[in-house]
Design a protein around this ligand. Structure first.
Ligand SMILES: O=C(O)CCC(=O)C(=O)O
Length: 295
């Protein structure tokens, strides 16, 4: 139940030049109040509904059940809620997130790989330092994730931490999220001297990070949930690296390494700069015509 008063700030769809510069320099940027309180409530309610529908299944349209190991106590993870909820789809695959992410990444056309809600249970384990890209079926330096706080994310309940500039210092190897918080530093010792930046966020705020930016999250030391909604996007034209990830097995079976990942319904386009320019040009021409003085 949400009790916030709404205020007249709409969801943003374009980053400022300063936000773009920060993202490209640090590999992440935090946007305070990206969603209004009303939008945050709507997304949180739709996420909760989709999670309830999935039960113990981690993946909409797939075969991955929740277990009871360490990883399952890092967070409750439910993937591709957009397939179950038009509301989640409207947000996470919509033009605002798509355009914002694409402009940060400097990409003309962007696709969504998956969305996922990551919800730290009361007393959840920390999220070990990791990179996202090594989990994915493509290896590109221009993939980007967003992480939207559905509750206030605090030092106490497991906010994110980032290593600024790490996206320029790594390749596509990465450890899994496991009990060893420091596995990433054994793989990339040069990251160990970077000062981490904590990213506490009020609900509705969002961060965007490069798929190669090292990040993690603290434990949830509270008896309350810390819920987030996330999505992973990648540039159109990226090719298959031979690792299926959560691609539907029937689709993955048709792919060979090097094939372009262009499945229209499984990997939908979330931003296409050329079509936005075309629409703007058409509207501009129509407006100019309507303004033409008539004799
Ligand atoms: O929410 C978390 O604990 C970790 C989030 C994360 O790793 C991500 O969104 O890429």
């Amino acid at each position: 139940m949400c009790h916030w008063l709404d205020y007249p700030v709409g969801m943003r769809s374009t980053p400022t030049p300063a936000e773009i510069a920060t993202y490209r320099r640090d590999g992440f940027v935090v946007i305070a109040d990206f969603l209004t309180p009303a939008e945050t409530c709507e997304l949180a309610a739709a996420t909760a509904e989709a999670v309830a529908r999935l039960g113990a299944s981690k993946l909409a349209g797939g075969d991955w059940q929740e277990g009871d190991g360490y990883y399952d106590q890092v967070f409750l993870q439910r993937i591709n809620l957009w397939k179950l909820s038009e509301t989640v789809k409207r947000y996470m695959l919509g033009p605002q997130f798509g355009r914002f992410a694409a402009e940060l990444a400097g990409v003309e056309r962007l696709r969504c790989y998956h969305d996922q809600t990551l919800q730290k249970q009361p007393w959840a384990n920390p999220t070990a330092w990791h990179l996202d890209d090594p989990y994915w079926p493509f290896s590109t330096r221009d993939a980007i994730s967003t992480w939207v706080a559905l509750d206030d994310a605090t030092y106490e309940n497991g906010c994110l931490y980032f290593l600024p500039g790490s996206h320029r210092m790594v390749d596509f190897r990465g450890p899994g999220i496991d009990v060893n918080m420091a596995a990433l530093f054994a793989m990339y010792p040069e990251l160990a001297s970077i000062e981490p930046v904590a990213a506490p966020m009020r609900a509705g705020s969002a961060s965007f990070h490069n798929g190669l930016t090292a990040h993690g999250a603290g434990a949830n030391m509270t008896p309350r949930w810390r819920r987030a909604m996330t999505a992973a996007y990648f540039p159109d034209g990226a090719t298959y690296n031979g690792q299926a990830g959560i691609l539907p097995p029937a689709y993955a079976a048709t792919l060979s390494p090097g094939d372009v990942l262009e499945h229209a319904s499984e990997l939908p386009i979330v931003h296409d700069a050329a079509s936005i320019r075309e629409t703007a040009a058409t509207r501009g021409a129509a407006f100019a015509q309507s303004e033409t003085p008539r004799a």
